[in-house]
Design a protein around this ligand. Sequence first.
Ligand code: C5P
Length: 311
Amino acid sequence: MMTSAATTVVHARAPGKINVFLKVGAVMEDGYHDLATAYQAVSLFEEVRASAASDFSVEFSGSIDTSDLVTDGSNLAIKAAQALARKAGYRGGVHLEIEKNVPIAGGMGGGSADAAATLLACDALWGTNASKDELLAIAAQLGADVPFSFTGGTAIGTGRGDQLSPALAKGKFQWVLALADFGMSTPGVYQELDRHRDRHAQDIFPAQHQPSVDANVLQALRAGDPHMLADVLHNDLQAPALHLAPGLGKVLQLGEENGALAGILSGSGPTVAFLVADADSALELQVALSASRLRVVRVTGPVHGARLIHD
Ligand code: C5P
């Protein structure tokens, strides 16, 4: 799409994610951990509207409190736009309006979704015509989860989490999310895992190189069976995150006492995702968790990745 008028606004949307399986392997030479994860994109979306400007700026609104977000060059959406401009040799800038619905620092890839939608919106706005592979390569430089928000659906991530291969998934899974009123630092949770592994080096197996996603996870996704998937949900970051934020243990317990098939920390947390059997159970669990003064959202997955929206 060629767009040049200053008033043109390009709208792109990208989803948040849940890691239904996350195994953290050894630390690699670049300081990142070797991962094996199964991503599922879920129906919480970031909405990015991009309009032509001479420099780079961003403003936020949305269903969550965005007042603490940085809007300078350290913001991932600005970095995404600048990276594409550099790559394409585009000399202008962009003004981004981002409507946020994915929790901030919640372990659901909200910042990554902002970046993925921004790449798509700027590509269309500036008429840079980058290929999908070029946009994915920029996405991978921006963060481990950005390529997945770009592609969406269900996928296996290895390496940093950015080397994706699609996974077959049937039907829709129903989730109830318990949102925390605080954020958690992803590097902080990984460091806590490393500290734990160092402390117990004598008693545990060394962290794996090239870990893989268990076959029964792939089977449960292929079958579209929430009971099967509930039995195999796994996240290596859950224990270190619970060590840093012990209150999350009570949230997990509350969900499992109120009809969830299973609960799991989303990514590095603190959002807790409960898998339920059907829409009725989702509603019942939402009522029970809300009664305990938790902020709760129901979502389904998988959903599509970043795409342009023609308003
Ligand atoms: O790539 P992203 O910026 O999302 O990663 C945030 C942090 O999480 C990294 O700086 C690193 O500390 C940690 N991380 C890691 N191994 C991964 C992914 C993330 O150690 N595979």
